[in-house]
Design a protein around this ligand. Structure first.
Ligand SMILES: C[S@@+](CC[C@H](N)C(=O)[O-])C[C@H]1O[C@@H](n2cnc3c(N)ncnc32)[C@H](O)[C@@H]1O
Length: 342
């Protein structure tokens, strides 16, 4: 078994991981020793992998083979787009931005009917908005996200909350997870942003166990966020080689994408409550500073373009604001997708 340029947690044969290693590094790959290129560890050289690692390492190698194959066959334009998308989500501070979305996230979590011990995968977990409360409710949670800075925030928050969660960097299109390894696979407005939705669909199904559930919340084209994206697109055209993320919010499209291997698929429209305790003008400021896609959109424009985009966004929030007390409130529609793997 070889581990090349990976950070792994090792214990000597016969030694257990210490409490603090466990507490600080609840995940599988979280620390500690950098292996040199080509270095091989096995029982013979006096090291033992902790059980969690041992359970996971073989599938990981298979998964990394899959990722490598994917990288080798990916068109250069797609590779460039993926780099750009990752940089986009790492811009701003989604962890802070998400604090204004807590109420809707908790409503989504309530829909999941979590049971203690349930193995849950959160795809596009961001800074742990639902991963952490799910773990507090007793689920065994793995969180995957493209953005390493958000995962760092998630790990810190999980430590504060005193829950163990395996947060790992990865792509929804090539999930670094074993087949059939989760009872529940969820994505709260996360997986919808990957550029190759058919791959996402097959990965969500692959990693879910037979009889397990897949639950997604996806912004709809006709809802507020769909309109927000269209407004931004007038100033900064979206990438041509990527279908619009909000197509995941159309039931018909979801049924085309998520057809194989399921025995049940239900879709229903829901409303996500947005509440900002400040006026629309400042909401634009919040998005511009903290929400990666809008942060990058502003950064790509000259001063005049920035001011035009700012005005258009402010008008959008003014038009949709249902509050009259100086705050900004609007519900944004999403499609709740619930599937059962057969
Ligand atoms: C709108 S945020 C939602 C984050 C989190 N689910 C929440 O509700 O706070 C979208 C997240 O999806 C992640 N993401 C986007 N594309 C991804 C991909 N291809 N694979 C994994 N994560 C992705 C982003 O990095 C970001 O954290």
């Amino acid at each position: 078994m070889s581990c090349i340029n990976r950070l792994v947690c090792l214990t000597k044969v016969g030694e257990k991981m210490t409490e603090s290693q466990n507490a600080v590094n609840p995940g599988v790959f979280d620390l500690k020793l950098k292996l040199d290129k080509g270095q091989v560890f096995s029982k013979q050289n006096g090291y033992n992998f902790p059980v969690t690692y041992r359970q996971t390492v073989r599938p990981r190698e298979e998964n990394s083979d899959r990722r490598r194959l994917d990288m080798n066959t990916m068109a250069p334009e797609m590779m460039a787009l993926k780099d750009r998308l990752k940089a986009t989500w790492m811009s701003g501070d989604y962890g802070y931005f998400a604090t204004f979305m807590k109420a809707g996230a908790m409503e989504f979590l309530d829909e999941l009917n979590l049971e203690p011990g349930m193995r849950m995968l959160d795809v596009g977990c961001g800074a742990g908005q639902i991963a952490i409360p799910a773990a507090l409710r007793g689920a065994q949670v793995t969180g995957i996200d493209l953005a390493s800075n958000l995962l760092d925030q998630a790990r810190t928050q999980a430590r504060f909350a005193e829950v163990k969660i395996n947060f790992e960097q990865g792509d929804a299109e090539t999930l670094p997870c074993d087949d059939e390894s989760f009872d529940l696979v969820v994505s709260l407005i996360g997986a919808m942003f990957a550029p190759r939705p058919e791959r996402v669909a097959s990965e969500l199904v692959r990693v879910c166990r037979t009889g397990g559930r897949i639950v997604m919340a996806n912004w709809t084209p006709q809802g507020f966020v769909g309109e927000l994206f269209r407004t931004v697109a007038k100033f900064v055209p979206p990438p041509e080689i990527m279908p619009s993320p909000v197509k995941w919010g159309e039931e018909e499209t979801v049924r085309q994408r998520l057809h194989a291997g399921l025995v049940e698929l239900n879709c229903s429209l829901r409303r996500f409550p947005f509440f900002y305790p400040f006026p629309p003008r400042d909401v634009v400021g919040l998005y511009r500073t903290h929400y990666g896609p809008i942060n990058r959109a502003f950064a790509s424009l000259d001063k005049k373009g920035q001011e035009s985009l700012r005005q258009a966004l402010e008008q959008l929030w003014i038009d949709h604001n249902v509050a009259e007390d100086g705050t900004t409130q609007y519900p944004s529609e999403y499609l709740l997708v619930t599937a059962v793997k057969g």
